[in-house]
Design a protein around this ligand. Structure first.
Ligand code: FMN
Length: 217
């Protein structure tokens, strides 16, 4: 397969995941092209958080109430951010597209803009990938990035056939002690058990590549 790996990475964590996915897909005989999504302006993390801040109470409510979560995911107003011109503005000639980025409450703003401006997504089989600072808490981390990505891509006519989310164990806002504690309480494991190089990450990446191959061939 001729695969486009499109990703945004602000501090390098998602780039490491993208490189590992690329390596595994190449081992399986696929050819890879890259679209490194770059914001037009690099804002501070405080400014980025502030743009989404009004939606945080809704996110908090969606963690405790499944009914609210459903409503939140249906009505969430995704923040976007200007990005630099694309190398591949039209992806119709690729067999498959992989799109990835960090979790920024939900979809990172440059990835959200990428999906709005890229052409040729309709009817494409798509794999999505993400990193997040915390452990893979089912609702707060995994669902709140996987589902918004799938919803947005579905609206554009694409079909998500694989997803992988890995903990980076890193957050610019220095809230990692909280996430480390959450990992111990929820999983009784240190967060490194969910980071790149762990069995969790290796299994997730292998499953992601296998699902892509199964669905696209
Ligand atoms: C604006 C912003 C929002 C974030 N929101 C979350 C979050 O909701 N959950 C989380 O675990 N990490 C969150 N993070 C941390 C990143 O997801 C994490 O550091 C990621 O691995 C960074 O990937 P990168 O190095 O590819 O940019 C956030 C970071 C920023 C800058």
């Amino acid at each position: 397969m001729n695969i486009l790996l499109a990703y945004f990475s602000r501090t390098g964590c998602t780039e490491t995941l993208a490189q590992e996915i690329s390596k595994q897909l190449q081992i399986r005989g696929h050819s890879i092209e890259y679209e490194v999504i770059k914001p037009s302006v690099n804002y501070s993390w405080i400014r980025e958080v502030a743009r989404d801040w009004p939606r945080y109470p809704s996110i908090a409510a969606s963690i405790v109430s499944p009914t609210w979560r459903e409503h939140h995911l249906r009505t969430y107003n995704q923040v976007e951010e200007d990005i630099q011109p694309l190398t591949y503005p039209n992806v119709k000639n690729f067999d498959c597209i992989c799109v990835g980025g960090p979790k920024w409450a939900q979809i990172s703003y440059p990835v959200a803009r990428y999906l709005q401006i890229v052409r040729g997504i309709r009817n494409k089989k798509i794999g999505t990938f993400a990193t997040f600072g915390g452990p893979p808490l089912k609702t707060f981390e995994v669902e709140l990035i996987e589902k918004p990505l799938a919803n947005l891509i579905n609206r554009l006519g694409g079909h998500v056939v694989a997803h992988v989310g890995i903990s980076s164990g890193y957050h610019e806002a220095s809230i990692m002690p909280l996430f480390r504690l959450a990992s111990r309480i929820r999983f009784r494991k240190p967060i490194k058990e969910f980071m790149m190089g762990s069995e969790y990450a290796n299994t997730g990446i292998a499953g992601f590549c296998a699902n892509l191959e199964k669905e696209v061939n």
